[in-house]
Design a protein. Structure first.
Ligand SMILES: [Zn+2]
Length: 264
């Protein structure tokens, strides 16, 4: 079975997208870079695990050393929009322009051209697939039609684009984030989340399938949550036959093996 850990390094881009520039809001995102990402990098290094980091280009411009650090440590860097834009609210040509600007910016900063995308907030618009194909990407990781990797089809025709599916169940944000001025409050204790993710892993392990997880440095990077991430990694590492891989590696494997058998 395969385990794919991913981290969306949004940092300050979510308030910046909405033109919110208050130091208070920005500082919450800044924590992701100053503290969260560093803790995650240390944990991954300690456990000798490679992961995939999806980073908005503006976040990478604000934190270029961090973006380069991911690549230098052997992790994968993927596209995550320009400024965490809401694709469905954009005109197709604007979404396309920002996507091209994003991939070029990440390549220029880090020296590696990304091969995969996670749309910000998994906001995959009607225009997104054609942009992905025009960019020549290997995979997307924003859709939810399966637990296992699958090929995205367009008008019933194969595209060769692999989907590494996500789910809110396997995302830290819904469990932990809050909004001070609405009724949205974290309702799941970290150890409750650990139990959910262990159950997701256990079934994936039994099916010899994929366990994919989405986290955010500004969310999971806090002490009580890093504790459960470390425990989860140690729990998984106690199982034989687990392949820790980047999203790109899993997409290539799926394309060359599993998807080929479906096509025939
Ligand atoms: Zn994000």
């Amino acid at each position: 079975m395969a385990v794919a850990l991913s981290f969306d390094s949004d940092h300050e881009t979510i308030p910046l997208r909405d033109a919110e520039t208050s130091p208070g809001k920005l500082s919450q995102g800044e924590f992701g870079s100053r503290v969260g990402a560093r803790r995650i990098m240390r944990l991954l290094d300690d456990k000798q695990i490679r992961a995939t980091f999806f980073m908005p280009a503006v976040s990478a411009l604000l934190h270029p050393d961090e973006a380069r650090g991911y690549v230098q440590a052997g992790h994968e860097l993927g596209i995550h929009g320009w400024i965490h834009e809401r694709n469905q609210q954009l005109r197709a040509e604007d979404e396309r322009e920002l996507a091209f600007r994003s991939i070029d910016t990440l390549e220029k900063l880090c020296g590696v051209r990304p091969v995969g995308v996670r749309t910000p907030s998994w906001d995959f618009s009607a225009a997104t697939l054609s942009i992905i194909r025009e960019l020549g990407l290997v995979y997307d990781s924003s859709l939810m039609a399966d637990d296992e990797p699958y090929e995205i089809v367009e008008d019933g025709q194969p595209t060769g684009v692999v989907e590494i599916p996500v789910e809110w169940i396997r995302d830290d944000a819904p469990y932990f984030t809050m909004d001070r001025y609405t009724a949205v409050r974290p309702f799941t204790p970290p150890r409750g989340v650990l139990t959910i993710w262990q159950d997701e892993f256990n079934r994936a392990y039994a099916e010899r399938g994929l366990f994919q997880l989405t986290m955010h440095p500004h969310v999971i990077g806090h002490r009580s949550r890093m504790a459960i991430l470390q425990e989860l990694i140690e729990y998984i590492a106690g199982h034989a036959g687990v392949w820790w891989a980047t999203h790109h590696e899993i997409a290539v494997y799926a394309r060359d093996h599993a998807l080929a058998s479906v096509a025939h």
